[in-house]
Design a protein around this ligand. Structure first.
Ligand code: SF4
Length: 379
């Protein structure tokens, strides 16, 4: 379906159909599905608003705060007009017994159809007594609510792999949602959206994908959507040319730091952290609105075993080296002096080097003479 074929009015009051389609197209592009904006718009327009229940366990409300900062559309419109947020402790008008009764009623009425969002880790030590809501432990609530959900989204690093509460010595036995699923035999599909806080667009994109295609997007080995966590931060960082050229900030506030040099030597974990922060940015305020963009080294908040685990100023152990994904460097001549083997040696890691070299060679292409002979830039 083409965009112009979707002629109904926007499902969000105060948002024009055109702007709604633009928003859906933007979300589709973020998911690596260019051209699917109209299908997403159609899916969320024609169906009944999907019920969403939100369970908060050991968390700081940062995930909700981050979501409240979205603008396309703003969260209150998303709540009221795209999804039906049935239960969220922070945002509910009701509280106490009334809120818990509403949660149970909604679970019964929407059994097998609702999306459960969980933020915060689940304490399991001492039978889970360190986090209780309405007299029930978060562990009991998760078991009850997850087993009847259509899908579960573990939002934030705490829900995805333990986060801050699970840091050594982990006094409450803070545990990730998917680990609870394993121990309790819960089979509901579960996706992790780690980050501290996670980017709200990654959450919104995942919800829209599920609503449109009735399944979760493709996930990596840590159950994260590949469209958001498929590349290292280091691959798309605006400071990457300085890394490649060996220009580093050595102290906060020194000449290199003020000039925007690479933060690797200040402990930046971008080379070992998968996330799309440099591309999606935060809070809709323009370029540079992400930690490294504002001069703070990435501390690997979305990467299990790095964030809240590895000392903040310890140097990262790069997973692999690849060329920047956006454009080739401007100081290299196209096709001259570059071979796959040459880039492989420069990359310095045998396993990753061939792939990195192949991508670079493909991007830079062949020189004109070779193109003339072969008739193809891709060869
Ligand atoms: S080490 Fe950090 S600051 Fe330097 S290029 Fe990589 S992600 Fe950017």
């Amino acid at each position: 379906m083409k965009l112009e074929e979707v002629t109904d009015s926007s499902p969000i009051s105060g948002v024009s159909r055109r702007d709604f389609l633009k928003f859906c197209s933007m979300m589709a592009a973020a998911m690596g599905l260019p051209g699917m904006g109209a299908q997403i718009a159609e899916a969320v327009t024609v169906q009944k608003r999907p019920p969403v229940l939100w369970l908060s366990a050991q968390e700081c409300t940062g995930c909700t705060e981050s979501l409240l900062r979205t603008n396309h559309p703003s969260l209150e419109r998303l709540i009221l007009e795209l999804i039906s947020l049935e239960y969220h402790e922070t945002l509910l008008v009701g509280s106490g017994k009334q809120a818990e009764e509403w949660r149970e009623k909604s679970m019964q009425e929407n059994k097998g159809k609702y999306i459960l969002v969980v933020d915060g880790s689940i304490p399991v030590k001492d039978n889970g007594i360190y986090c209780k809501i309405g007299g029930k432990t978060a562990l009991t609530l998760l078991e009850e609510m997850a087993s009847q959900a259509a899908a579960v989204i573990a939002i934030g690093s705490c829900a995805s792999w333990g986060g801050i509460p699970a840091s050594d010595p982990n006094p409450t036995g803070a545990t990730a949602v998917h680990e609870i699923f394993k121990s309790k035999g819960i089979k509901t599909p579960c996706v992790n959206i780690p980050g501290c806080p996670p980017n709200p667009y990654n959450f919104l994109s995942t919800v829209l994908y599920f609503l449109t295609f009735k399944k979760l997007p493709e996930l990596d080995e840590q159950a994260r959507p590949k469209f958001a966590y498929g590349r290292l931060i280091h691959e798309n960082c605006e400071r990457r040319p300085h890394f490649d050229a060996g220009r580093f900030a050595l102290q906060f506030g020194d000449d290199g730091h003020r000039k925007g040099y690479c933060l690797y030597k200040l402990g930046c974990k971008g080379p070992e952290t998968f996330n799309n922060c440099p591309i999606q940015l935060f809070n809709d305020v323009g370029s540079g609105a992400w930690p490294v963009g504002t001069g703070g080294p990435c501390f690997g908040c979305s990467e299990m075993g790095i964030g809240f685990t590895k000392p903040i100023h310890s140097p990262a152990s790069p997973k692999y080296f690849t060329p920047p994904s956006i454009l080739p460097r401007i100081d290299e001549k196209r096709g001259h002096g570059l071979t796959i083997a040459g880039v492989a040696v420069a990359a310095g890691i045998a396993g990753a080097a061939l792939g990195a070299g192949a991508v670079t060679a493909k991007k830079l292409g062949k020189d004109d003479e070779e193109q003339g002979k072969s008739g193809s830039r891709e060869k």
